[in-house]
Write a protein of this length. Sequence first.
Length: 199
Amino acid sequence: MTDNNSHTFNPSTSGLNIIPFAFMAAGWLAPMIMFWLYVLGPMRPYDYPQGSFLPDLWFGLVIIGCISLWWLIPASYFRVFNFEKDGRVYRYFGAKVFRQFVPDGDLANRWERRKNPSHKMIRNKYSIEAFIVRTEQSESGHIVLLMIGIATAVHAWNIGWQGWAIFLSVGNVIVNFYPILLQRYTRSRLYSVLKRFGE
């Protein structure tokens, strides 16, 4: 009898996975939403500058462009380039350390294996291929959020709210830029493993 999960990618189901998502929501998404509520006016604290800080029409077009990237990123972008194959550049920037703390990362999987010693995210060629697709989807989502975050930080800087611009930029690096590096680092390693199975 065939194992229904043998051809699938099996991410960790550990409750630890909620922690990175909570950090993302509390550390970056929530402040960005709060920033826009301040910009719109009704939620702005009394000690903030009064007046209209709404962006011009171009900003709406920029946001539409950012969201459109989900469909516009060419498939060739996701291929592993020569400089990525050994993963050295990503390890230099700390992708391997960052991998410890992400959803389905090293810590979550280590914890999962303590409860279920047979747990494996990757079981065979098919699960590797599924994992590769997942890295591409995740990277696309983070690219969209990264660009929206950059546009928001630029607007914050332009209206004189430099503190917001710096805070949102730092959060954007942690929540979106580093996950992009991690997806590319992971994908390069997955393709190396896939070659052992024969593509």
